[in-house]
Ligand binder design. Structure first.
Ligand code: SAM
Ligand code: SF4
Ligand code: SF4
Length: 347
């Protein structure tokens, strides 16, 4: 495909280089910070299968995005392993010209050894696995589900055994909830090859009752780990890398810290998000997305869709976290409207 597209920069001169794709809004967990059970319970209306983009539609959109320089794809959700035949989608995306990295974020509860191998075979390079505690009670309290902790830990083992180029574990740290598990997690994943990443609790969505005093900040995390293990900062791998990297001074590996609250990084944010129904979101905290599915289903050709994507990106001016930070932690006025849910847009 050769489209007539020009290099694309948004209003703050940020390029478009990453695309996160939510493949489902459903999840088998009910983490309180993302899908609290009282909201996402029995009566909650999830998307219907017919509303979801098909794999062919996703592949077609990704091919168009590559023309603008997108080379990295992350599959997420909801829980991406709930989407049937997700391995097939991985394969369809990995073989696209211009795509050099296909990754996934998952809670790993459904990651069997066989599945970890099949996904790797299909072309998945990297896996980020979410795990917020090793203490069973805290794990249970956060995820609000009866999935044994051992299923997630086994998933991490299978990912390591399958030989992915990187396996990261994401821990969302909430003060007073699981910050006591920072050191146990650090001890557990040192010398394993897993990069443990601590994520500041964010005010995503509309239902997690976020407040600044529940955030255990990046500086607090580093100071806490330093009490037991000496850490040294490491250069970023590339411009715009979200996680700040640190090495253990004794060579036991690396950790990352994602400080969206205390040190926001909107200035380097080159990430677009595609919901499971094909809406393009230009920020995690957006109120609405731009419908691309109707263009696909109305039979428009690729150039029309490319032009629309270009128009959306060029107008982009998002900087929610920086505004929040400049206001001392209080939410920007855009959040008076309903924000999109994290489980809908993908993390
Ligand atoms: N279900 C998959 C999982 O949990 O890995 C993928 C989707 S989940 C929405 C993606 C990531 O968003 C997870 O690492 C999760 O911990 C993170 N996340 C969700 N809500 C968050 C919040 N309020 N603050 C910070 N991170 C959050
Ligand atoms: Fe599900 Fe992931 Fe949200 Fe937890 S963070 S409820 S695992 S989508
Ligand atoms: Fe990007 Fe929006 Fe997050 Fe800023 S707040 S880093 S613009 S997703």
């Amino acid at each position: 495909m050769t489209l007539k597209v020009n290099a694309i920069l948004d209003q703050r001169l940020r390029p478009l280089s990453d695309l996160r794709i939510s493949v489902t809004d459903r999840c088998n967990f009910r983490c309180g910070y993302c899908m609290p059970r009282d909201i996402f319970g029995k009566g909650y209306k999830f998307l219907k299968q017919t509303q979801l983009l098909t794999f062919e539609e996703i592949q077609r959109l990704v091919a168009i995005f590559t023309e603008y320089g997108v080379s990295k794809i992350r599959l997420t959700g909801g829980e991406p392993l709930l989407r049937r035949d997700i391995e097939k989608l991985v394969q369809m995306l990995a073989k696209l010209e211009g795509i050099n990295d296909v990754a996934m974020t998952t809670n790993a509860s459904l990651l069997t050894r066989e599945r970890a191998e099949q996904l790797k075979e299909a072309g998945l390079n990297r896996l980020n696995i979410s795990l917020d505690a090793l203490d069973r009670d805290i794990y249970q309290q956060i995820n609000e589900i009866n999935v044994p902790l051992s299923d997630v830990l086994n998933g991490i083992e299978y990912a390591l055994e399958a030989g992915y180029s990187s396996v990261k574990v994401n821990m969302v740290v909430q003060k007073g909830v699981n910050h006591t598990d920072i050191l146990p997690m650090a001890r557990h994943f040192r010398n394993t090859g897993v990069i443990l990443r601590f994520i500041e609790f964010m005010d995503v969505g509309n239902h997690n009752d976020w407040s600044l005093d529940q955030v255990f900040t990046a500086a607090e995390i580093v100071a806490h780990i330093n009490e037991e293990f000496s850490l040294e900062p490491v250069e970023a791998n590339y411009h715009g890398e979200v996680a700040k990297r640190w090495h253990y001074s004794d060579g036991a590996g690396e950790i990352g810290i994602i400080s969206s609250i205390s040190q926001p990084f909107c200035g380097g944010c080159s990430r677009a998000r595609l919901s499971a129904v094909g809406e393009l979101f230009t920020c995690l905290f957006a109120n609405a997305g731009f419908d691309l599915r109707s263009l696909l289903r109305a039979g428009h050709d690729d150039q029309v869709i490319a032009n629309r994507i270009g128009q959306i990106w060029r107008r982009r001016d998002d900087q929610y976290s920086e505004v929040r930070s400049s206001q001392g932690g209080s939410a920007p006025s855009s959040s008076v409207k309903r924000k999109v849910e994290m489980s809908y847009i993908g993390g």
